[in-house]
Design a protein around this ligand. Structure first.
Ligand code: FE2
Ligand code: FE2
Length: 364
């Protein structure tokens, strides 16, 4: 082995040598100097080491184990505590004690390596070089991780932005569909939203979970979207309809379902069911399929109730608004004929009173 310089990548690394014997510091510094290290600092007072490490931030510490005052093992633990948040700081223990117990204790306290006294010059230089190499690897890894973290944060923010954009676009599109679905038969554009709101309340009272409640609240407003296929002359006719005209109106559940069947989201899937089944009746006399009782999906049975209640309590081209009392009386007549009896009871007992200002009832 040569005793000359053996490395050139770490010449500027600050080496802190801690030993109460000044002669040992001179010896180690001399060895390191001959091997290319020109930034070696010595310290003989153990009590000054912590401050020194904090202030000068050395790249490596060579630490004597047996010193008066604070002993090496305690110092080692203190160094590990104060540098825990920083890049890895190697600490090489200098000792004449070769016992296994001391080595185990030192490793447990955070020692990186050992150099046994008396010093072998080449061993000192090689172990210092190796430890500084480890530190450089740690620093590179840390820098690389910081870059990765920044990229992950940036990408997460981008994904969040595009998710928000898609969510907003979906909400906007639903709102426009709501407007389209009542554009021609409700000048106040309130019926669809009131039916959505009341259906959400009814679902909640029926014990449905939050996701179901939110889905029906957004799906129910689309129940009449099929009316876009009914000519204005029929839809806006103020008087009673002929049989033919009524047949044209009765097409709207199927028309709505044929539009909404394209949907893949939970809201549009439920809207499809509601559009298709909101004119079915509990006793099987409804349309378009004439299905009865629990054959009718529960969301369809709920919207049948909220739709009729809202339609009766508000003015339409063919009728004035009814009072809530008159509407309730009429709906009770239809219990177990038009309406699911249990859901109707729940609606009358627990929902009507909660509609409040969000669903202006406009009783006549
Ligand atoms: Fe309808
Ligand atoms: Fe309706």
């Amino acid at each position: 082995m040569t005793d000359g310089p053996i490395l050139n990548t770490t010449l500027s690394s600050l080496v802190l040598v801690v030993d109460d014997e000044p002669a040992n510091i001179v010896l180690v510094a001399g060895i390191l100097c001959r091997h290319g290290f020109d930034n070696v600092k010595g310290i003989t007072h153990a009590d000054l080491v912590v401050d020194e490490v904090l202030q000068t931030k050395p790249d490596i510490v060579l630490l004597d184990m047996h010193m008066p005052g604070t002993d090496g093992m305690t110092l080692l633990r203190q160094i590990r505590i104060i540098t825990a948040e920083q890049s890895f700081l190697p600490v090489i223990v200098l000792t004449a004690d070769t016992s296994t117990q001391l080595r185990l204790d030192a490793l447990e306290a955070g020692a990186t390596d050992f150099i046994t006294k008396p010093f072998d010059a080449t061993e000192v230089a090689l172990r210092v070089r190796n430890c500084i190499g480890q530190r450089e690897l740690h620093q590179k890894l840390r820098a690389h991780n910081a870059i990765l973290d920044a990229k992950v944060r940036e990408r997460t923010a981008e994904l969040r932005r595009s998710h928000e954009e898609i969510t907003q676009a979906y909400a906007d599109t639903l709102k426009m569909l709501h407007l389209i679905s009542e554009y021609r038969d409700d000048e106040t554009h309130g019926h669809t939203l009131r039916v959505g709101y009341a259906s959400g309340l009814l679902a909640l009272e029926a014990g449905m979970d939050d996701r179901y409640v939110d889905t029906i609240r957004q799906a129910a407003p689309l129940h009449d979207i099929g009316k876009v296929g009914v000519p204005d002359i029929i839809l806006l006719k103020p008087g009673p309809l002929t049989e033919e005209e009524f047949a044209a109106i009765k097409d709207h559940p199927a028309t709505g379902a044929s539009i909404l069947v394209q949907g893949r989201s939970d809201i549009l899937k439920m809207a499809h069911t509601v559009a298709l089944t909101h004119h079915e009746r509990w006793d099987g006399t409804g349309y378009p399929k004439g299905i009865r009782s629990e054959q009718i999906p529960v969301e369809g049975r709920m919207v049948t109730i909220t739709d009729v209640f809202d339609a009766l309590t508000h003015a339409r081209p063919y009728k004035p608004a009814w009072s809530v009392d008159r509407t309730v009386e009429k709906m009770v007549d239809g219990r177990a004929k038009y309406f699911d009896p249990d859901l109707l009871d729940l609606f009358l007992e627990s929902v009507i009173g909660k509609l409040g200002d969000n669903t202006p009832l406009n009783p006549g």
